[in-house]
Design a protein around this ligand. Structure first.
Ligand SMILES: Cc1cc2nc3c(=O)[nH]c(=O)nc-3n(C[C@H](O)[C@H](O)[C@H](O)COP(=O)(O)OP(=O)(O)OC[C@H]3O[C@@H](n4cnc5c(N)ncnc54)[C@H](O)[C@@H]3O)c2cc1C
Length: 454
């Protein structure tokens, strides 16, 4: 008889696991608390403008993720990011400044001073960190690359990925590529080219690609949901989960009535802070208290549409991230959405998404929509020379937007591993483990399904 699996949480992580388990012949039930599955991923269209509620794109990091997307039949639906979006901007002295992506551009870049550039070169001679240490992103960057690289490099970069605070984030866990290069090659600069050559020689070099879909990221979750019509239960409130004689008995309720069933395994695929609210059996619930230590950044995503003629900057890039030291601005960054993907704004118009809050300014999450709009418009005036008012706007608030892999996160991971050993039929899945990006969530869902099969 096919094993029966209960998945709690229908974001991209839970959906991918459910899809893969079903494909492999398991019986699956997915409980989603809201009236739609998809989690933070959704797309809204109005008068030719498009706003994503959460993620704007997927940075595909592996062939496995690409194969999965193709297996869904979404091949022809992929929207590749534009060539111009390879250009990225940070803010320096109140102005947008191109991030140098090549050594030659770095030499002439105004983003770093002469002394700052010279300090970067010294990175090759800095001793590596103790492998058992867990330096913050800020400490690691200062040690290896200097303070300027932190202020005008890592700080805005971490705001872009995590909405995070580099003083708190762990380099080892929040940005493992740098940590691994240092540990393996003794230098990030030397290691980057050596690692690339090694991967190419071994034939496993995958160049990450940034994609969305012709109708936005919602296409991805909609396609997965299509195959799970009978498995997803929406507006579901879990009432009890008890362990008895080697199985889990779960009961829930929704508008169509009450449900109860027996499961071989359960997957918790909801944000870490929500897990403590689940009515799980006592000992398991107590052990899962560790997940409460995982902080989440609150993020507001405000998308607005403008006439291009109201903006003096050509918006010829992916977007602009604001370093914390640039106190003139309150947004974390602005994404030039319509420059990245086609079909995001009507002709002669532009769509921009501003991200607000994060660990830098969590208090802004409490501001009203009108206050946040005013603040974002003021910042866009300074950043891209905005003159007019928005023709379109859409705001999304995520209290538990992005999990923070802070210093000490290794202990939490270890305990998660112990919990799964002590409760082998309980699996923990989601952006709080193994990567916050959509690509990681997809891959982790698929890998988990494979583990359960084995
Ligand atoms: C504003 C923003 C911008 C982002 N930008 C990018 C980007 O550009 N690129 C990128 O790769 N990533 C980005 N991310 C990150 C990425 O989108 C997320 O990390 C990822 O989508 C999380 O997926 P998930 O399934 O783990 O969690 P979620 O999407 O949070 O899904 C969890 C699900 O669990 C459900 N749930 C909660 N409680 C219960 C309960 N008690 N019972 C049942 N169900 C429950 C929720 O309703 C939700 O549907 C962004 C995130 C945000 C918020």
């Amino acid at each position: 008889m096919a094993k029966k699996i209960l998945i709690i949480g229908g974001g991209i992580s839970g959906l991918c696991a459910a899809h893969e388990l079903k494909r492999r012949g398991f019986e699956v039930v997915l409980l989603e608390a809201k009236s739609r599955a998809g989690g933070v991923i959704n797309t809204f269209n109005e008068s030719g403008f498009r706003a994503e509620s959460g993620s704007n794109s997927v940075m595909v990091q592996s062939q496995k993720t690409l194969d999965f997307i193709e297996s869904l039949g979404l091949n022809g639906r992929i929207a590749n990011s534009s060539a111009v979006s390879k250009k990225r901007f940070f803010v320096k002295n109140g102005k947008i400044c191109e991030v140098p992506m090549s050594p030659l551009k770095m030499i002439f870049s105004p983003l770093f001073s002469f002394a700052g550039k010279f300090r970067l070169l010294k990175e090759m001679r800095v001793p590596k960190h103790d492998p058992d240490s867990d330096p913050s992103v800020a400490q690691f960057t200062i040690d290896r690359l200097g303070k300027e690289a932190l202020d005008y490099g890592m700080n805005p970069f971490m705001a872009g990925i995590y909405g995070g605070d580099p003083e708190k984030l762990s380099m080892k866990y929040a940005f493992p590529p740098f940590w691994n290069l240092e540990q393996k090659y003794g230098s990030i600069i030397k290691g980057a080219s050596a690692a690339r050559k090694e991967k190419k020689a071994a034939g496993n070099f995958f160049k990450p690609v940034m994609i969305s879909f012709k109708n936005g990221l919602v296409e991805l979750v909609d396609k997965i949901k299509e195959g799970l019509k009978n498995e997803i239960i929406l507006n579901a409130k879990l009432v009890s989960v008890d362990y008895d004689m080697g199985s889990w008995q779960a009961c829930w309720t929704n508008e169509s009535g009450d449900g109860c069933d027996i499961f071989d395994e359960i997957i918790l695929a909801l944000p870490a802070p929500e897990i403590k609210n689940l009515p799980l059996a006592g000992t398991l619930s107590a052990r899962l208290g560790i997940l409460d230590k995982i902080e989440y950044a609150p993020v507001v995503s405000l998308t607005m549409g403008f006439k291009k003629s109201d903006i003096s900057h050509p918006l010829d890039g992916f977007g602009a991230l604001v370093p914390e030291v640039e106190k003139k601005y309150r947004i974390l960054g602005a994404l030039f959405v319509s420059s990245v993907f086609e079909g995001r704004a009507p002709a002669d118009c532009a769509t921009i998404t501003c991200y607000i809050g994060g660990m830098r300014y969590p208090e802004l999450f409490e501001k009203s929509d009108a206050e946040l709009e005013e603040l974002a418009l003021e910042d866009l005036k300074g950043l891209v020379g905005l003159k007019g008012s928005p023709m379109f706007k859409r705001i999304f608030r995520w209290k538990n937007a992005i999990a923070q892999y802070n210093v000490g996160y290794g202990d939490i991971l270890e305990e998660i591993g112990e919990i799964e050993k002590d409760f082998p039929t309980v699996k923990l899945l989601g952006a709080y483990r193994g990567g916050v990006g959509v690509s990681s969530c997809i891959e982790n869902g698929l890998v988990l399904a494979d583990k359960i099969r084995q």
